[in-house]
Design a protein around this ligand. Structure first.
Ligand SMILES: [Zn+2]
Length: 205
């Protein structure tokens, strides 16, 4: 899996572009909602918030090209490759609240494959940006399509959005499901069905 600390260091040490730091703004925001930013429990919160926000948006400083570059291989393997149940945590761009769940990625290779461990890294890269679930889903699919030109790509994300459940907009346990199907995953029902069967949770365990 990824090494969060490495990414954290990379992006916390970035110099300020606009004078006021995120932490200073957060300190003012805490005062604006009627809290005392100087009370003990809150004193270091603005700095923690800045660090966290920079980490959760560190995907802006990464490129799919770099993640996948050293990890594509020529192979004559021509069956479907599926990486399922990738844990996913992202921030909804409308409320800056988390949405989280699982991502399933599959592709049908055309002479090229991607190192399996790179797929969760690719998912993390796009997830660590301000997102909507629909765009996140299609960005993952497009990146794989562009990098190895497979016969097809399928991506499905099942996620719960805190902006829905915390604000009581929807039922507490509802999930949003989005999918992006490219190439043979779009054109061929058997391919799509195979993907759906492979990601179905196994019943006996
Ligand atoms: Zn939202």
């Amino acid at each position: 899996m990824t090494k969060p600390t490495e990414e954290l260091i990379l992006h916390v040490s970035k110099p300020e572009e606009h004078g006021e730091s995120i932490a200073a703004m957060m300190r003012r925001m805490i005062a604006m909602i009627g809290e005392d930013p100087n009370r003990e429990g809150l004193r270091k919160t603005p700095e923690r918030f800045e660090k966290t926000l920079r980490y959760l948006t560190s995907g802006y400083h990464q490129e799919a090209e770099k993640i996948l570059n050293s990890a594509t291989f020529s192979e004559c393997y021509d069956e479907m490759v599926v990486v399922k149940d990738i844990e996913l945590y992202s921030l909804c761009e409308h409320h800056l609240l988390p949405f989280f769940g699982k991502c399933h990625v599959a592709y049908l290779p055309d002479k090229k494959v991607i190192g399996l461990s790179k797929i969760p890294r690719l998912v993390n890269m796009f997830a660590r940006r301000l997102q909507i679930q629909e765009r996140l889903t299609s960005q993952i699919a497009q990146a794989i399509q562009q990098k190895i030109s497979p016969l097809g790509v399928g991506v499905i994300i099942e996620a719960r959005h805190l902006c829905m459940v915390m604000r009581g907009v929807e039922k507490q346990h509802s999930q949003a499901v989005t999918s992006a199907m490219l190439g043979s995953f779009r054109d061929s029902k058997p391919t799509r069905d195979e993907f759906l069967a492979l990601i179905r949770p196994s019943k006996t365990q």
